[in-house]
Ligand binder design. Structure first.
Ligand code: ASP
Length: 351
């Protein structure tokens, strides 16, 4: 008995993939979704592509303008269509593609169908565009039930949504996962890895949410030589700030400056959750290895381990949604594995 044909929802949100040259440079076409459906209607049935229907999430944007409030809209659009389709492809700008992949991975916890985010470095209609190949691969991958969960398809790989980063503004293989490994390789054949997902995440029951803390709730601070306590206080002064991702040196170190520690302690006393993420792309944080990070552990700063900046910010956005939670509950949620962010696929780099 042959399996019934799979149906894919394509959600177009904007980005270079659907852009055209305007008076001020590239900007997204509002009707790209309809055009795409028409172009693809002419494809030979032998192409073997699964059937798909395009939906446009208006207004379409250059993803550089994305705010956290965009993520609940994306999640809502996918949840509305969840039962009607077998898989999902999200067409999105590359600038914040990894951010949205991480956010959707946390909002669509335990997703039992594939959600594949993709975009392109070159617009669909331009010469040498990488867009048609990405859409082709993403559609086929979205039809593969082994790839349930949120992932990012680009260039030669499919990456876990919680581990992907945009590492090149020029390369056609613009994404990587410094602490992960591909879920699939996109070569002459699409090769899906045998056990693509870390097991605990795969076992997570479906638990969808559409709430984030919102714009201004999560601040990011890059530690640098000469960082002052005044700068920390100024960043964290707005009353809406509820979380801070502190991008530290190496294994999680910051200067041994009591004034800096004091500024962080004051913020935490006001209920701000501070997580410590390394500026190093690989290796992660081990608080307490050096005296210069010991004070952070003593203050109750949470370790971001090997989380990407994108995943750390997105998880805080989801964790801090709603009423202010007590720090113990936030710490507990932070430590839970929601989407494979803490669990490493066997054999993964750094695992
Ligand atoms: N600025 C564009 C965007 O993120 C870049 C791209 O899509 O490649 O929407």
């Amino acid at each position: 008995m042959t399996a019934p044909p799979r149906r894919i929802r394509v959600l177009y949100t904007g980005g270079t993939i659907g852009m055209t040259e305007g008076p001020q440079g590239l900007a997204p076409m509002a009707d790209f979704g309809a055009r795409l459906q028409d172009w693809c209607a002419t494809l030979d049935a032998r192409s073997g592509l699964p059937a798909f229907e395009v939906r446009t999430l208006a207004p379409v944007i250059d993803s550089a303008s994305l705010c956290p409030e965009h993520w609940p809209r994306l999640a809502t659009a996918l949840i509305e269509d969840w039962d009607a389709f077998d898989g999902f492809v999200v067409l999105h700008g590359t600038d914040t593609l990894a951010w949205s992949a991480a956010a959707l991975a946390f909002l669509l916890r335990g997703a039992d169908k594939p959600v594949i985010l993709t975009g392109s470095q070159i617009p669909w209609q331009a010469a040498r565009s990488d867009a048609p190949g990405h859409l082709d691969a993403a559609l086929r991958l979205a039809a593969d039930p082994r790839l349930a969960g949120v992932s990012l398809c680009f260039g030669r790989h499919l990456w876990p949504g919680v581990r992907a980063v945009k590492w090149s503004s020029q390369s056609l293989d613009a994404f990587a996962a410094p602490t992960g490994r591909p879920l699939a390789d996109l070569g002459a054949t699409l090769r899906v890895h045998a056990a693509p997902r870390p097991q605990p995440a795969a076992a997570t029951p479906r638990r969808f949410s559409t709430a984030v803390a919102g714009t201004g709730a999560v601040a990011v601070l890059t530690v640098h030589p000469g960082l002052t306590a005044e700068a920390v206080r100024a960043l964290l002064a707005p009353p809406g700030v509820r979380g801070l991702v502190l991008c530290s040196y190496g294994l999680g170190n910051i200067p041994e400056d009591p004034a800096l520690h004091q500024a962080l302690a004051e913020a935490m006393a006001r209920g701000i959750t501070v997580v410590n993420r390394s500026q190093c792309a690989h290796g992660g944080v081990a608080q307490g290895t050096y005296a210069s990070s010991h004070a952070l552990a003593r203050l109750g700063v949470l370790s971001a381990g090997e989380l990407t900046l994108e995943a750390a910010c997105a998880k805080l956005q989801v964790l801090l949604a709603g009423a202010p939670a007590d720090p113990v509950a936030v710490g507990r949620g932070w430590a839970q594995d929601w989407a494979g962010e803490w669990t490493m696929a066997p054999g993964a780099a750094g695992g």
